[in-house]
Design a protein. Structure first.
Lengths: 245, 320
């Protein structure tokens, strides 16, 4: 089954790549985001952009945001372009089709993050010329990769779940946009409702936990969410129904 | 493998109040080109979906390549190729990439994938444009590529849902030749749905006619037609209403009329044409042409699928 999952991911990647290479089809927006976040933000923040623990929250949000632009297309796009039934008529199992699409989305999120970091490292190294190559610590990179992978897989789980049901890509994107807004703005609103004492208390507790433990907790939550969401998507994956849709 | 590629017994499939398959029973021998004919909404596509295990029947059973469509549909899909209602090509991918994906899905080795891609694209005349995105191609080229994809992994059974729909006559004829070559050269069973009766007549070894989800007739195309028509049309000089009236005296002539200057005669069952012609010549008629029409498959098809037609009346029909 692993080979089948990679086969689907390979096909998805070819389609993503085509989309990215064509400026009008989304490549331009990805390029703008890459340049803005890889050049402007590091210039504003300086070396903290690579080392601050706060950035460990930034990368998963950024990568999952990028994944959301593609994952909505997973099944709704295949349905819209009339390729879904042919895919379902192959020997590929339900699991390999679904996990292949999730894997492609995770890889896309990871690659986008890595491309961003490489651009940021180059930007900061040029900005601080003579101070050597600016790089994050290995533990920081490891935390970042774990969180980005899990955030992308959670978002991919939500995305395929919605995409399985949506009649069109636009409908899937709209639904996913609303869910992402709730997920991203929810924590901010929660903090806004806290008084100063509450905020200080929360900050104190989080600091006391330490970066490693915080990453551990966040990873556990994201992993649990991914597993549940992908299991829900698997349960929704009904070959007969999808074929008739 | 069973000598029957497909065995369906009493298949029923309902979509709400609509019965798409109504106790469909069918046997398709392996290694032939089978044509499944029927008007729009007759149940052709539902039948293919059911045989591929994409749709579960409400009642009845079907075995494809010896496997049960309900319990072993994954094994059927492992062995079958399909071109469904839509060509299903990834239009952003090149022709080569589309075929390579099919090869990867069926776990063909890299070398085999490359060789097969070349073989099929050359056979279909698409090799020179293999690196173009399929979305930029004409409908005929896409359809050929979709057929190539359906047979890429050398399946013993291929389902083709109206493969020549929307193609111009030249492209249709070319694709038909390609399909015939595939069937004869590789012993593949081809299950083909079509509206094109000429296509069915030229390509298929066996034809089934489906009407409202039921099998109305089954047999070789030639046997679905009546062997000979009883209508004889004679053109020439000296033919008039008086002559037509007198012709009724010829043994076996049931009806005789002059239509557009030609004499149209309906003969009794088994009556030969020669005595009538001899009788006309004796009366001074100068005959230019005598035509005894053989009804086409289209005539037989229309008779089977129209409300006035007697379903299952064709001589070779075996409706169950």
């Amino acid at each position: 089954m692993t080979a089948d999952i990679f086969t689907v991911a390979w096909k998805e990647w070819l389609e993503f790549r085509d989309q990215l290479l064509r400026l009008k089809r989304g490549g331009l927006s990805a390029l703008i985001v890459l340049l803005m976040l890889g050049i402007i933000t590091p210039l504003q923040m300086g070396p903290l952009w690579l080392t601050s623990p706060l950035m460990l929250a930034y990368w998963p949000l950024l990568s999952s945001g990028m994944v959301s632009t593609l994952i909505a297309d997973a099944f709704a796009g295949e349905r819209e372009r009339h390729t879904l039934e042919t895919l379902l008529a192959t020997r590929l199992s339900d699991t390999s089709i679904l996990l292949g699409k999730v894997l492609a989305a995770i890889l896309y999120g990871l690659l986008f993050t890595l491309a961003n970091i490489i651009v940021g490292v180059i930007t900061l190294t040029i900005r601080h010329f003579g101070e050597g190559i600016q790089t994050p610590s290995p533990s920081h990179v490891a935390y970042m990769l774990i969180l980005v992978t899990l955030a992308c897989s959670t978002l991919a789980g939500i995305g395929v779940f919605i995409s399985l049901k949506a009649a069109t890509v636009r409908q899937a994107q709209q639904t996913l946009g609303i869910i992402m807004m709730v997920l991203f703005i929810g924590p901010v609103l929660f903090i806004q409702f806290l008084d100063t004492e509450g905020r200080l208390s929360l900050a104190g507790r989080l600091t006391a936990l330490g970066t490693g433990r915080l990453v551990g907790w966040a990873s556990g939550i994201l992993l649990g969410a991914s597993v549940i969401l992908i299991a829900m998507a698997m349960a929704r994956f009904k070959r007969g129904k999808l074929s008739l849709d | 493998m069973s000598t029957l590629a497909i065995e369906a017994d009493g298949l029923v499939r309902d979509f709400g109040a609509v019965r798409a398959l109504d106790h469909l029973s069918l046997e398709v021998p392996a290694g032939i080109v089978f044509g499944f004919l029927g008007p729009n909404g007759a149940g052709k596509t539902t039948a293919i979906r059911t045989f591929l295990g994409l749709v579960e029947p409400n009642a009845g059973t079907a075995r494809v390549l010896g496997f049960d469509t309900r319990r072993e549909s994954d094994r059927i899909r492992e062995r079958a190729g399909a071109l469904l209602e839509h060509h299903g090509l990834y239009e952003r991918l090149t022709a080569e990439q589309n075929l390579d994906f099919a090869g990867r899905v069926w776990r063909m080795s890299s070398g085999d994938r490359q060789a097969r891609t070349r073989e099929l694209l050359e056979q279909f005349g698409l090799w020179d444009r293999r690196r173009e995105a399929a979305g930029k191609w004409s409908r005929g080229m896409k359809q050929k590529l979709a057929v190539a994809r359906a047979v890429f992994h050398r399946p013993p059974l291929v389902f083709l849902d109206e493969p020549t729909a929307g193609l111009d006559p030249v492209a249709s004829a070319a694709l038909r030749d390609d399909l015939a070559a595939l069937a004869s050269g590789h012993g593949v069973t081809i299950f083909l749905t079509t509206h094109n009766l000429v296509e069915a007549e030229r390509l298929c070894d066996l034809v089934g006619v489906i009407r409202r989800g039921r099998l109305a007739a089954l047999g070789p195309p030639a046997s679905l037609r009546a062997a000979d028509s009883n209508i004889v049309r004679v053109t020439g000089t000296g033919l008039n209403d008086l002559m037509a009236g007198a012709a009724l005296a010829v043994p076996g002539v049931l009806v005789a009329n002059v239509v557009d200057g030609a004499l149209e005669v309906e003969l009794g069952e088994g009556v030969r044409t020669a005595p009538l012609i001899a009788w006309l010549v004796e009366r001074g008629v100068e005959i230019d042409e005598v035509r005894r029409d053989r009804p086409s498959l289209e005539d037989a098809f229309l008779e089977l699928v129209t409300d006035d037609g007697a379903t299952g009346s064709a001589s070779a029909s075996v409706p169950r």
